[in-house]
Design a binder for this molecule. Structure first.
Ligand code: PLP
Length: 455
C-alpha cells in the first residue's frame, strides 16, 4: 500500500466529469459539499479506473485476475459479512475451519490422533500470515531460551536474499535480525548455506516454495536435513517455516511426491496466498501450524462464538468473509482434479513461452516454468539494449512484464519475469511471443515504429 501524502495545495484542480453538462465539478482532495447522483458518481469513478492497466495482460503479478462469474456472484452476495463476527456468521466461521482442514490434509499435517492437531487461520494474504508465523517462531524461541535461563535479547531469522519483502518487514516490525544468506551459485537458499547461518539465537529458517524472483523451489527437504544434522552435532535445534505463498497451491497438485510440507518433521508452519494459485481474487491468505505447541497460547485471543468463545489469531479485527467463502467455492468447485488441470495448464503454457523465448536466441533462461509456472530470463552479455528496454517496449503492446536485478550475490544479473496464471491462454502466449519478438527486433534496429499510420 502506497503511503499517500497530503499535497492538496500543489494539486487542487477541480475534477469535471466530461458527461452531464449540469453535473458541476468535484474537488480533488476534499469531500464534495453536495450530493451527487449515484449513476453519475459511479460512472465518474469507473472512468477514472480505466487508466489502470488491463489485468489480463499483467504478467507481473502472482495474484488472481480472473474468477468465474459464479464466484464473483458469491463474493457479491457475502460482501456484507465480517469474518470476525463468528457469533453472527457461524457458517462463515465453519467454512473457514473447513478450508484450514482441507489445507492441513493437502499439506500432510499429522493425524490428530498423534496428539499433533494442525491449527491455522485465514489472513489477508501471505504477508499477514508471515507476521503471524514469524511471531510464533519468536515467542517459541524466547520461551525456550528463558526456560533454560539463557539470554533472549538478540533473535535472528535465517532466509535467502531472495525472500519476499514481507520477511524483511516482519524482522523490522518485530525487532528480529534478518539474516539474509547471499545467493551463491543457486538462485535461492541452499541447505548448507542455511545451516551455516544458524546459531543459538536463530528463531527459525524461512524457506520459500516458489521464489518470487524466478519461480524456483528451494530445497525444503535438504534444508530440513541440514538442520537435523546441525541439531545432532551442536544441539542447536532450529524450526523451519515454509513460505509457500505460491507453491502451497501448486506442489500438492503437480508435485505430489515432493516432500516440502508437514511430511518433514522440522516444518512447523506453512503459509500460502489463497489469492495467488489458490485462485481467489485479492484479500485471502492462510497460515497453518503443525500442532498446538507451535503456536504459543499468549498470542491467541478469543472472540464470542455461539455463546462460547473461539480462539483467533490475526492482526486485524474486522475483515471481509467474502474471500474466505470464495476460497471454499474454488475448493469445492474444482476439487483436486480441477486444481491439478488448471495448474498443469499454467505450467505447460509457461514451458511453451520458455521455449519461444529460448528460440529468439538472445536470452538466457534462469527458469522455464518447471516449478512455479514462472519464467525468468536475462539477456546474453554484450547486447545493445537491456531488459529494462525490453520491458518498456512490451509495455507499448500492453504487456506488463517487470525487469529487475537478482538479489545479493547475483545482483549483476538483470531479468525479465513472466508469471502464468489461470486465465492466460495459448492464444495469449502466442501473441505475447510475437510481441516480444517484435520488441527485441525493434530494439535491435530492425524496423521503424509508427510508420504505418494513415489518416
Ligand atoms: C506474494 C508473496 C508473499 C506476499 O504475499 P501476499 O499474499 O501478497 O501478502 C510472500 N512470500 C512469497 C514467496 C510471495 O510470493
Amino acid at each position: 500500500m502506497a503511503l499517500h501524502r497530503h499535497h492538496e495545495r500543489r494539486d487542487d484542480r477541480l475534477l469535471a466529469p466530461a458527461f452531464d453538462a449540469g453535473a458541476g465539478s468535484i474537488p480533488r482532495h476534499r469531500i464534495p459539499g453536495g450530493v451527487q447522483d449515484a449513476d453519475a458518481a459511479a460512472r465518474f469513478v469507473r472512468d477514472e479506473l480505466m487508466m489502470d492497466g488491463n489485468a489480463r495482460q499483467n504478467l507481473a503479478t502472482f495474484v488472481t485476475t480472473w474468477m468465474e462469474p459464479q464466484a464473483a456472484a458469491l463474493i457479491q452476495d457475502s460482501l456484507d459479512k465480517n469474518i470476525i463476527d463468528k457469533d453472527e456468521y457461524p457458517q462463515s466461521a465453519e467454512i473457514e475451519r473447513r478450508c484450514v482442514n482441507i489445507l492441513a490434509n493437502l499439506w500432510h499435517a499429522p493425524e490428530p490422533a498423534g496428539g499433533a492437531n494442525a491449527i491455522g487461520c485465514s489472513t489477508t494474504g501471505s504477508s499477514e500470515a508471515a507476521m503471524l508465523a514469524g511471531m510464533a517462531l519468536k515467542w517459541r524461541w524466547r520461551q525456550r531460551r528463558e526456560a533454560a535461563g539463557q539470554d533472549a535479547a538478540k533473535p535472528n531469522l535465517v532466509m535467502g536474499a531472495n525472500v519476499q519483502v514481507c520477511w524483511e518487514k516482519f524482522c523490522r516490525y518485530w525487532e528480529v535480525e534478518p539474516r539474509m544468506v547471499r545467493l551463491d551459485g543457486a538462485t535461492h537458499l541452499t541447505a548448507d548455506a542455511a545451516a551455516a547461518a544458524c546459531d543459538e539465537n536463530t528463531i527459525g529458517v524461512v524457506t520459500v516454495l516458489g521464489s518470487t524472483f524466478d519461480g524456483s523451489y528451494e530445497p525444503v527437504a535438504g534444508i530440513a536435513a541440514a538442520l537435523d544434522a546441525l541439531a545432532a552435532r551442536t544441539g542447536i535445534d532450529v524450526p523451519v517455516h515454509v513460505d509457500a505463498a505460491s507453491g502451497g497451491f501448486i506442489a500438492p497438485f503437480l508435485d505430489p511426491d515432493l516432500p516440502w510440507d508437514f511430511r518433514l518433521e522440522r516444518v512447523r508452519s506453512i503459509n500460502a496466498s489463497g489469492h495467488k494459485y489458490g485462485l481467489v481474487y485479492p484479500g485471502i491468505g492462510w497460515v497453518l501450524w503443525r500442532g498446538e505447541t507451535d503456536l504459543p497460547r499468549e498470542l491467541v485471543f478469543s472472540v464470542d462464538y455461539l455463546g462460547g468463545a473461539m480462539p483467533t489469531f490475526a492482526l486485524n479485527f474486522s475483515r471481509p468473509a467474502a474471500q474466505v467463502i470464495a476460497q471454499y467455492y474454488t475448493l469445492v468447485r474444482y476439487g483436486y482434479d480441477g486444481y491439478r488441470s488448471i495448474q498443469q495448464r499454467s505450467r505447460d503454457i509457461a514451458g511453451t513461452i520458455a521455449a519461444g523465448v529460448a528460440e529468439l536466441g538472445m536470452f538466457r533462461l534462469l527458469s522455464r516454468g518447471e516449478e512455479l509456472p514462472v519464467l525468468a530470463f536475462a539477456l546474453e552479455d554484450g547486447g545493445a539494449f537491456t531488459v529494462y528496454d525490453v520491458s518498456h517496449e512490451l509495455r507499448s503492446h500492453g504487456w506488463i512484464v517487470p525487469a529487475y536485478p537478482m538479489p545479493e550475490g547475483m545482483e549483476d544479473v538483470h531479468v525479465l519475469r513472466v508469471v502464468v496464471r489461470n486465465g492466460f491462454t495459448y492464444d495469449l502466449a502466442a501473441m505475447f511471443l510475437a510481441d516480444l519478438a517484435a520488441s527485441v527486433g525493434r530494439l535491435a534496429g530492425g524496423s521503424e515504429p509508427g510508420s504505418s499510420f494513415h489518416h
